[in-house]
Unconditional design. Structure first.
Length: 194
């Protein structure tokens, strides 16, 4: 039987306890066997701002996943041509790991704009979506409301943003409880976001 892998994409700039809560909830309370936290590389066509280098964000994800046997960091997109589309990543993964069934993990806010994704029909044809609740405006398209490949998972609603964390660090606020301990230690040691 194929391994069911949920792909949780993000810049993880930085990864925080909110990401971990969602990823771990998916690993423990859905039928997914593993959750891969896929670090999205810096888009060379976009202004960099406060985005840490790819290898630093990947290292933070490694630090955060330590001790969680079903959570795996992934740099699979680092080697793909930029700008990249999810549909291409999925095709690449399916080719590289034919014994895995890959699904997408997304917040409900992303489901509301999913109809705008490149080749979203192809994604839904070949992959399931696992959707966690988010507080956001807008509505979900009718075509996605009762779709057999869209699974709604009653994960906790976590309102922590990486932007808030970066701004707080810059303003010398103590936000340590929002970060896994090793992630905080690495950010502090490297003097990031200050």
């Amino acid at each position: 039987m194929n391994k069911k892998v949920g792909l949780f994409f993000g810049t993880f700039n930085p990864i925080h306890v909110g990401h971990l809560i969602i990823a771990n909830h998916m690993a423990e309370f859905s039928d997914l066997d593993e959750i891969w936290l896929v670090v999205t590389p810096h888009n060379p066509h976009k202004k960099k701002n406060t985005l840490l280098e790819n290898h630093h964000r990947l290292e933070l994800v490694y630090q955060a996943c330590e001790g969680y046997k079903n959570l795996k960091p992934s740099n699979i997109e680092f080697g793909l041509e930029q700008p990249n589309y999810t549909v291409k990543t999925l095709a690449h993964l399916q080719e590289k790991y034919p014994d895995n069934d890959f699904s997408l993990i997304m917040g409900e806010d992303n489901l509301k704009t999913f109809h705008k994704w490149k080749n979203f029909e192809v994604i839904l044809e070949n992959h399931s979506l696992y959707v966690y609740p988010r507080k956001s405006g807008g509505t979900v398209e009718n075509q996605f409301k009762e779709h057999p490949k869209i699974n709604r998972v009653a994960a906790p609603i976590v309102e922590i943003s990486a932007t808030f964390i970066r701004d707080s660090i810059k303003n010398q606020k103590n936000i340590r409880p929002m970060l896994p301990e090793k992630v905080w230690d690495y950010i502090d040691r490297m003097n990031f976001y200050r």
